[in-house]
Design a protein around this ligand. Sequence first.
Ligand code: URA
Length: 241
Amino acid sequence: MKIRLDKYLADMGLGARSQVKKEIRDGGVTVNGAVTRRPETKIDTEQDEIAFHGEPVAYTEYEYYMLNKPAGVVSASSDRQETTVIDLIGERKRNGLFPIGRLDKDTEGLLIITNNGELAHRLLSPKKHVDKVYFARIKGYVTETDVENFSRGVDIGDEKPTLPAELFICRSDDISEIRLTIREGRFHQVKRMFRAVGKEVVYLKRLRMGDVSLDDGLMPGEYRRLTEEEVERLCSQEKKL
Ligand code: URA
């Protein structure tokens, strides 16, 4: 890929476009070992070697992270008041990262964060029914009737009922524990499905999205890069659909 030198440096998080232009003009940047003072110089991201004040700067087109989202942070790219899921990705290089889909502020678990808009768009398209698996604690007894209702789809007040969903009861008690697989991503969907059968979600965590599962070594608030295989699986998921 060929891009301008100032964009290359700004994309890699070395400053705003105006700042990196100044650095280039001041002679702080080399291309293949030679100082280049022209911000518009075209760079081949696969071939050229760029250094910023003597430090090599490799180009990464796409970044992919798996975050175990903690409760209390918002699934947005930026927010004036609240901590966002992007703020938690300390090692990010690129500007323009965002979460693929949203989890409520009080929901925990798997969130994939990337700058690959095309992949996100396809995975989130309502026409593609990507599995999302949740673990939840529910106030009150969850019953086989709930399992049957969910398997038929429930009316949550939208134009159409939900698609069939698989409810598995791990423990039915004063506080029940369940796993639920849904194939859509409607607003507050899990909470609204339980509300539709007269129950309340008191804890919610996403465990899986498509073929990518939350790494159980990640504590809430921790993240890691997706492996190449996981990225491959997400991308091939998109082709399978
Ligand atoms: N369903 C919900 O109700 N909340 C979430 O955060 C995710 C799915």
